[in-house]
Design a binder for this molecule. Structure first.
Ligand SMILES: [Zn+2]
Length: 241
């Protein structure tokens, strides 16, 4: 069946002399495998649309339980600014890898929009660190361990929230907090804000306080290591790799 679908290439594997097998996250089918025949030939028309992080509208011969075949691809966004900047590239590849790990547990089609929007926003110049944190918070839902940042996990109170309790996966209000880690007020406000942001709609996002960002990043790192099988890179390590 020949059809069109938007997709982002997650991984590419050389196949035979001149072809590639691509793992593509598509708008309509989640993650699928597509063979791009002859795309490693210099003059092949599929060459430019068969690389990792290509975001295209693909025409494919679709096979539901097997490898689909690419017929053509039209670029939607070439992420020119991402490829021209080491930091943006590292974060974008990090997000592709992270979302791919989540797709192995949950092939939800919504993840396509999360990846597309995050790459578009990094390309548009928004903070790669905070975009990554937004994605990390959003992904928890697909792993079945969402954070409850709307109300106190103990009593349901929606005001006077003062920290996040790692063991209960959500906020605690000042009446329910007894001991344990206490978030800085600014960090708590920012992580709650990040959890509510609609990635497709934000226009500006930058880090104003590095300590606040680090606290949020450390917390997410801890939370992932406690509740998911996924290792989250700390952002200050990413640039060292
Ligand atoms: Zn409470």
């Amino acid at each position: 069946m020949q059809l069109k679908t938007k997709g982002i290439v997650l991984y590419e594997t050389p196949y035979g002399e001149t072809s590639k097998i691509l793992n593509v996250l598509t708008e309509d089918f989640g993650k699928i495998s597509i063979i791009s025949k002859g795309c490693r030939n210099i003059k092949n028309k599929l060459r430019g649309v068969s690389n990792k992080m290509n975001y295209c509208e693909y025409t494919i011969s679709y096979k539901e339980n097997g490898i689909s075949t690419m017929i053509e691809g039209n670029t939607i966004n070439s992420f020119k600014n991402v490829f021209g900047d080491i930091k943006k590239s590292i974060y974008s590849f990090y997000l592709i890898d992270l979302i791919n790990q989540v797709l192995n547990e949950n092939n939800d089609k919504e993840l396509f929009y999360l990846l597309a929007n995050s790459l578009i926003k990094i390309n548009d110049g928004l903070s790669p660190e905070l975009i990554s944190n937004i994605v990390e918070i959003n992904l928890l839902k697909y792993l079945g361990v969402s954070l409850n940042l709307d109300s106190c996990v103990n009593c349901g109170n929606t005001s006077d929230l003062i920290t996040i309790d790692l063991n209960n996966g959500g906020c605690l209000c000042k009446n329910c907090y007894h001991d344990g880690y206490l978030f800085q007020e600014k960090s708590l406000k920012l992580i709650i804000l990040l959890s509510k942001i609609d990635l497709g709609k934000i226009k500006e996002l930058s880090i104003t306080d590095n300590d606040v960002f680090k606290e949020i990043d450390n917390f997410l790192h801890e939370y992932y290591s406690h509740y998911t099988g996924i290792y989250l890179n700390k952002k200050d390590n990413l640039m060292k790799i």
